[in-house]
Design a protein around this ligand. Structure first.
Ligand code: JFH
Length: 274
């Protein structure tokens, strides 16, 4: 995969040299180029922003430096396509508080792409005409990391490149953990423990030391149910409860959920489990 990032703070992307992603680059699994938007300006002051039409607070990123940067990236040769294969438009990801939400499903989708380009805005964002115009060269995806406001796109890009990069074949050391992850059922993770079994008067749950793999698997499932009901009840209506064992249904029952037509249904407060 090839990734290009455009930013007025290219040093902000330095962490991508480290750890997993840096290793993937060294191993030739990932080509990553970070571009300084200011190198695509033509004025003496290397201006990238101006006042907003219609008024209001803050500044907006000027369109022309973005067009120059994105055209130069679109025109740059894709190394592994010298034999005139049918050429696919790269995906242009534009971090924005107003984008579609980034999630694991989108990470899997983007991990299949040959080339990703990330456009990191600052100030109040990028002149909207750039987003429309870029459609000529790219498949454009405005993407939000979450419902909170960052100061620019760089931190969102660090998160997205890490989430996508670890899905590339050969990047994660133990591919079994990725397989397990891909079969996850949309519930929160179960808690994990390591040695020592007793630490500062806190014991590892005894079932995990029992060697009974059936009981361990059931305990872990029930911990997932408990955590999800407690922390992310919004995930439960999406959960496929159609093939739960009686013990699993009973575990949900104690958490205040009944199974109706293969779906979990919150029981009215105060009602007792069936
Ligand atoms: C970014 C910024 C917009 C104005 C809410 C109402 C009014 C500050 C470029 C992504 C996520 C971002 C993000 C991504 C790119 C940029 C700062 C933009 C406004 C905010 C204020 C500039 C922020 N998931 N959060 N933030 N900014 N808006």
């Amino acid at each position: 995969m090839r990734i290009d990032v455009v930013s007025i703070f290219p040093e902000y992307l330095a962490p991508l040299e480290l750890s997993l992603i840096g290793k993937a680059r060294q191993d030739g699994l990932l080509e990553l180029n970070v571009h300084d938007l200011r190198t695509f300006t033509t004025d003496k002051h290397r201006t990238v922003d101006d006042t907003p039409y219609g008024g209001g607070a803050g500044m907006v990123m000027k369109p022309e430096p973005w067009a120059q940067a994105l055209e130069s990236i679109a025109a740059s040769q894709m190394p592994a396509n010298s034999q005139d294969e049918p050429t696919k438009k790269p995906v242009l990801i534009v971090p924005s508080p107003a984008g579609e939400r980034f999630n694991q499903a989108l990470a899997y989708e983007l991990a299949e792409e040959e080339q990703l380009v990330f456009a990191c805005g600052r100030y109040e964002g990028i002149d909207e005409r750039v987003i429309e115009w870029a459609d000529e060269h790219f498949t454009v995806r405005p993407v939000s990391l979450g419902d909170y406001v960052l100061n620019g796109g760089e931190v969102a890009v660090l998160a997205m490149v890490e989430a996508i990069g670890r899905l590339l074949p050969g990047v994660v050391g133990n591919p079994e953990s990725l397989v397990e992850e891909s079969h996850s059922d949309g519930l929160l993770e179960y808690p994990v423990y390591t040695k020592p079994s007793s630490w500062r008067d806190r014991e590892v749950p005894a079932v995990l030391l029992s060697g009974n793999h059936g009981k361990i698997a059931q305990w872990r499932r029930h911990e997932q149910y408990r955590r999800t009901a407690e922390r992310r009840p919004d995930l439960l209506p999406e959960f496929d409860a159609g093939r739960l064992t009686r013990a699993d249904r009973s575990a949900f029952g104690e958490l205040g959920y009944d199974v109706v037509d293969g779906q979990l249904r919150r029981r009215p407060d105060g009602d007792l489990p069936a």
